[in-house]
Design a protein around this ligand. Structure first.
Ligand SMILES: Cc1ncc(COP(=O)(O)O)c(C=O)c1O
Length: 386
């Protein structure tokens, strides 16, 4: 249960498509199929292929971020922040306070606080803000989605100030599904409609195909030719030719199929439903897990479980190790250990100290999830181990 990154199981159709890949350095038909799938599922005109999500971040930040840039965002992901700081930029995180409350009923903890966004733009000035970043299913606060209503609000402010939005769509599929479950206006809309509404609100959309399409690879999408002109020269330099971007043709084929599968509600709901099952079972036992259930996995609060371990001693890291010793299940520390050091190499402390038990797509059965649950319910003995 370490991660969902590239560990979502591929479907038979994805594996089959890999067998018919067209292995050409340039002009591969596999790339043509990839282009069509991205256009059908995510909309937008231009596609720049990259080998994974962080490669897209590298190209976007290299093109737009410089010393003194400020990037307002709902919340950072580790690789996004690392790229922004590498080019001298700083981030401003604009979530609602309740996003950090472990036990909450707020449906969209990934929403950006709109008045804070406007205040941030006025404080720093538009000249230093190359773009606003929105992350779907905000990873580090427990896989929590944003609402389309909130995203529309972000777009209104961005338009008022003539800025751009970059959408990290790596976890957009599950975010779109949760919108359907939790946002009244979209209860009857299809996955395809929700996805296109969300990508339509952004100027640049990038994704890790390790997540979005249960495969490997990635891509950057935009309608804006001036953005393509800024990003395109960096793809051959860092990734590979513009028709493979560092990916094998087999990966490209599996992304194309995986993107279409993202439209299938029966497929996309599997992981969030299993996560909700796990989260709700823990809640019944008063175990401190992030609620409402989000995506990616079940996130348990190490600050509470390991309240005897101060943050400089990495409570989430300690608990991840103890949890493995006791249950045999490997989860991932999502806390200060994964946090970026400051510019002087000093420790910085994460807003949350979480142990993530990832539930990748099509990997576990419900009985396996039940067995893992038993491991986590050994919390009293875990406290002894830590
Ligand atoms: C929200 C988000 N953005 C970007 C990335 C980076 O993608 P990759 O691991 O493909 O480089 C990840 C990976 O976990 C992610 O969760």
């Amino acid at each position: 249960m370490l991660t969902d990154s590239g560990t979502n199981a591929m479907s038979d159709r994805q594996l089959g498509a890999m067998m018919i890949a067209d292995d050409a350095y340039a002009g591969s038909q596999s790339f043509v199929r990839y282009q069509k799938a991205v256009e059908d599922v995510l909309g937008k005109k231009f596609l720049l292929p990259v080998h994974q999500g962080r490669a897209a971040e590298n190209i976007i930040t290299k093109a737009f971020v410089k010393e003194g840039s400020i990037i307002p965002m709902n919340y950072h992901f580790t690789t996004a922040l690392a790229h922004i700081s590498q080019y001298g930029g700083k981030i401003e995180e604009l979530l609602y306070d309740e996003a950090f409350v472990i036990n909450s009923k707020r449906s969209f903890k990934g929403d950006m606080r709109l008045e804070k966004l406007e205040e941030c733009i006025n404080r720093y000035g538009v000249e230093v803000i190359p773009y606003i970043r929105m992350e779907a299913s905000t990873n580090l606060i427990g896989g929590q989605p944003f609402s389309i209503d909130n995203f529309r609000g972000v777009r209104r402010i961005v338009d008022k100030y003539g800025l751009k939005i970059v959408l990290d769509a790596s976890l957009l599929g599950e975010n779109a599904w949760l919108v359907k479950q939790r946002e009244e206006e979209f209860k009857c809309s299809t996955m395809g409609e929700n996805l296109k509404i969300m990508t339509g609100l952004a100027d640049i959309v990038y994704f890790s195909a390790r997540k979005l399409s249960s495969s490997r690879g990635g891509g950057i999408r935009t309608n804006d030719e001036s953005i393509v002109r800024a990003l395109e020269p960096l793809v051959p330099l860092f990734e590979g030719f513009l028709t493979y971007g560092g990916m094998s043709v087999r990966e490209i084929e599996s992304i194309a199929v995986g993107l279409y599968e993202t439209l299938d509600e029966d497929m996309i709901c599997q992981s969030p439903k299993f996560i909700a099952y796990l989260v709700n079972a823990f809640v019944k036992k008063n175990a401190p897990v992030v609620t409402p259930a989000g995506v990616l996995g079940c996130h348990a609060d190490a600050m509470e479980i390991c309240s005897h371990i101060p943050q400089p001693q990495y409570p989430a890291g300690a608990w991840a190790a103890a949890f493995f010793l006791v249950s045999g299940v490997r989860g991932m520390e999502r806390g200060s250990l994964s946090n970026q050091r400051d510019e002087y190499g000093n420790e910085t402390y994460a807003d949350m100290e979480l142990l993530r038990l990832a539930v990748p797509r099509r990997v576990f059965t419900s009985s396996r999830i039940g067995a893992d649950m038993l491991g986590l319910l050994l919390i009293p003995s875990l406290q002894e181990v830590t």
